[in-house]
Design a protein around this ligand. Structure first.
Ligand code: FAD
Length: 374
């Protein structure tokens, strides 16, 4: 097969599909290539928290991008659901970031102050206030930072919706299509080599999550991204135990619409291992019971893993390859790739169209300092 596109995207996780959606909307002839299934890796494993204020504790470019991306969900969800009929399960009931002791309480109170200064909503709930709203939460906790605007989605369904919407707008998706190399001549990209043959394009975007480093080695670039394994499990419940997401150090409980609770997530740095371990899941079970003791009576559903792509400085790479014309990178979203997907799609489409006016803090020009400092 030898086909010609405007843009080829290597990786059908949420970021690849979000970029495809934005490019297809702008009339670009685009294809997504994935070595496995759409959303078969981190994007299908994620708990789906849109935790701009929960996860990011410092104001700066990433916090700004995260808040922007979170706000994009308001119009994006109905648009994607109308186009695809996929139910994304978007919920906007907030996150309770709980404190287990006095020190954690002080840290959270300081965070509330700084987020309020950045014009974001957050407030402190004493344990009594918290239990009034969430009666099944343990009374051994001290209280919680309540973040009303951090919602959640079903991550797999959202990724699928991006992919299906792209197809509706003319994009092509090739699953089980491993990209083994780029077609490069004189530092310019002309396409990719796959098991299906060569595919040609003016632009190629690497959105291969934790595997981005591996494929980019072909261009001589050692992208500083490491794999961070995470394990999760889910249970089924007969009556709702929590309305909002309960988030603590090392464990969160996310209530899904279909009577499920998703509990995550372990953290194992530098690991591509995709096995679910007894040790990892038992630790999560213990932590979840400390947060919501009634969860002990829930019915077991299943457990899974995913590999998060962590960049060396914590910011995703969103921009042009430093040495190859026409080659772009959108990778390194670590714990927040679901949250950041709408803004990633928009920013990458703008970059490809040459529309970015302001300096882009996520571009790869920062790589030189990263490589030299590591
Ligand atoms: P991926 O989803 O990993 O997709 C990359 C794709 O590239 C894969 O499908 C892979 O098959 C493909 N690929 C790789 N190499 C090639 C190649 N050579 N040729 C073709 N295809 C290739 N984020 C949040 O915002 N909220 C959460 O609550 C949350 N919870 C998480 C919980 C867990 C347990 C984990 C693991 C992650 C969580 N995350 C969360 C993080 C989020 O899942 C990731 O940041 C995001 O999914 C990354 O998306 P991606 O598209 O960049 O990568």
């Amino acid at each position: 097969m030898r086909k010609i596109f405007d843009a080829l995207i290597v990786g059908g996780g949420i970021n690849g599909s979000s970029i495809a959606f934005q490019l297809a909307k702008r009339g670009c002839k685009v294809a997504v290539l994935d070595k496995g299934k759409i959303a078969g890796k981190a994007s299908g494993a994620a708990a789906g928290i849109l935790g701009a204020q929960t996860e990011l504790t410092e104001d700066g470019p990433l916090f700004q991008l995260a808040c922007k991306s979170r706000s994009m969900y308001q119009s994006l969800i109905p648009e994607l659901e109308d186009l695809t009929q996929v139910h994304i399960g978007y919920q906007n009931k907030g996150v309770y970031k709980v404190a287990a002791n006095k020190e954690e309480e002080l840290v959270l109170k300081r965070l509330i102050e700084s987020q309020q200064k950045a014009d974001e909503q957050a407030e402190w709930f004493t344990i009594d206030d918290l239990i009034k709203r969430e009666p099944f939460v343990s009374n051994k906790l001290r209280g919680a930072m309540y973040i009303p605007n951090d919602g959640q989605v079903q991550a797999y369904e959202l990724s699928l919706a991006f992919a299906k919407a792209s197809i509706t707008l003319g994009a092509e998706i090739y699953e089980y299509t491993h990209v083994s190399d780029f077609i490069l001549k004189e530092k310019k990209v002309y396409g990719v080599r796959t098991g299906l043959g060569e595919l040609l394009a003016d632009s190629v975007i690497v959105a291969s999550g934790a595997w981005s480093r591996e494929i980019l080695e072909r261009t001589g670039l050692s992208l500083p991204i490491i794999p961070v394994k995470g394990e999760c499990f889910s249970v089924k419940i007969e009556k709702p135990l929590v309305q909002g997401t309960i988030f603590s150090h090392g464990c969160y409980i996310v209530p899904k619409q279909s009577g499920r609770l998703v509990v995550g997530a372990t953290v194992k740095i530098n690991s591509f291992d995709e096995k679910v371990t007894f040790g990892g899941i038992s630790l999560l079970i213990e932590k979840a019971q400390n947060l919501v003791p009634e969860i002990a009576h829930a019915e077991w559903e299943g457990a899974w893993t995913g590999i998060r792509p962590q960049s060396a400085d914590g910011l995703p790479f969103l921009g042009q390859h430093p040495a190859c014309e026409g080659l772009y990178i959108a990778a390194g979203h670590f714990r927040n790739g679901i949250l950041l997907a709408p803004a990633t799609g928009e920013l990458m489409a703008d970059i490809l169209e040459g529309k970015t006016e302001q300096p882009n803090p996520f571009e790869l020009s920062r790589l030189e300092c990263l490589v030299h400092s590591s």
